[in-house]
Design a protein around this ligand. Structure first.
Ligand code: FE2
Length: 383
């Protein structure tokens, strides 16, 4: 167990955790996301921020103009430091403790996970990481949380790496590996023993959802308003089954089929209040599957895909007096900033789904300016 920084319930015994998933941006950032995150930190005033992967758009940091790629490691590292700083500086400036796990886009970064971890360590409010178990990824660890009196561990966060490639299928995203599940079982037993034999209530965060999450999706008609893009082997449309999950989905889950018995382990340990995912940016739901509560959090990124309904952050409110039951909700861009001319314009100027429209608009504006300039020059010459 690693304790770089002691996290305690606050004096009012209400712990607020803010989950920011998939901020996924570059060394030149989409400003609407920064405004959204600033508003989230000021509105929620969290005790802890958890970044749950795709923390930068890592696989694009080596791109130059016209699709050329650089191998200049120093240049990539400089871009990475800038991209990361856009995400972390607002949290650091507010002196909020924060921790993270990686996502598939972090794994695709030309910099290794450990090289990236060294950059996180430049921020004094950052804590976490696994330095004690070299057999595990550096972002597989746990965060023990002490009671408001600071004496005893009363809550816990499991942070599990799922960033990597599924070598069996070639998919560019992964799953929680068997050694991480074994470590979780062992560490959970240790926490339980120190807690007088009672499981310590925990949230378990990982980037990529478990494969069982696809069981929530049912076939539907192609013209069903809730039909989602299907990425599987058949051409049938699917939608989130409203009888099995509360929330919405705008995409079919991008998960691996591989299962190393994570849900069996969770049920046996009896300590996980909810398993929490990121990765599928446009999905947001809460469900109970195979006896485990599962929560899907949408993405914050404006550079990657998403919708006005999904772009946002998730809040967890945990009461020390009843930690097994907690409140959780999403705050979207418009929840946080309101719908005004300014916020709509900022959304349009940043969001990925308006990339083409912005290009057309600016292209037309540039062409109109050129024509106007040409006419003005001609008129001038004719005078
Ligand atoms: Fe992502």
């Amino acid at each position: 167990m690693q304790i770089d920084r002691k996290i305690c319930f606050p004096k009012d015994r209400k712990l607020r955790i803010l989950q920011v998933s998939d901020p996924q941006d570059m060394h030149f950032v989409r400003r609407a996301m920064l405004k959204m995150l600033d508003a989230a930190y000021d509105t929620v005033q969290p005790d802890l921020v958890v970044f749950t992967g795709d923390n930068v758009h890592g696989n694009h940091l080596d791109e130059n103009r016209l699709g050329m790629k650089t191998k200049d490691k120093a240049l990539i590292a400089k871009r990475m430091a800038q991209a990361l700083d856009y995400v972390l500086r607002p949290v650091q400036a507010r002196q909020i403790p924060f921790c993270m796990i990686y996502g598939n886009h972090d794994d695709l970064n030309p910099l290794t996970k450990q090289e990236q971890a060294d950059m996180y360590k430049n921020y004094s409010c950052f804590f976490g990481l696994n330095d004690a178990h070299p057999e595990l990824d550096c972002d597989t660890y746990n965060v023990p949380i002490y009671g408001s009196d600071g004496e005893k561990i009363v809550y816990n966060l499991w942070m599990l790496d799922s960033a990597g490639k599924d070598d069996g299928t070639g998919k560019g995203y992964c799953y929680v590996k068997p050694e991480a599940i074994r470590w979780y079982q062992s560490e959970s037993d240790t926490l339980k023993a120190a807690n007088g034999g009672a499981p310590v209530p925990s949230l378990m965060f990982q980037h990529v959802p478990v494969p069982q999450i696809t069981e929530l999706f049912v076939q539907c008609e192609a013209d069903d308003p809730d039909a989602v893009q299907w990425r599987g082997d058949d051409d049938l449309p699917y939608k989130l089954d409203p009888e099995r999950a509360e929330g919405f989905a705008a995409e079919y889950p991008c998960v691996c089929d591989t299962d190393f018995g994570q849900l069996d382990a969770i049920r046996a340990q009896g300590d996980v209040c909810a398993l929490v995912f990121g990765h599928d940016h446009a999905n947001c739901f809460d469900t109970n599957l195979h006896g485990v509560r599962m929560i899907q959090t949408p993405g914050a990124s404006f550079r990657s895909y998403g919708t006005p309904q999904s772009r946002g952050v998730r809040v967890f409110e945990i009461d020390e007096k009843d930690p097994w039951n907690f409140d959780t909700y999403i705050l979207t861009y418009y929840d946080l900033l309101g719908k005004t001319m300014r916020t709509r314009m900022d959304y349009f100027m940043s969001a990925d789904e308006f990339d083409v429209k912005r290009a057309v608009l600016f292209g037309a504006t540039g062409a109109a300016a050129l024509v106007a300039g040409g006419i003005a020059a001609a008129v001038h010459l004719l005078k």
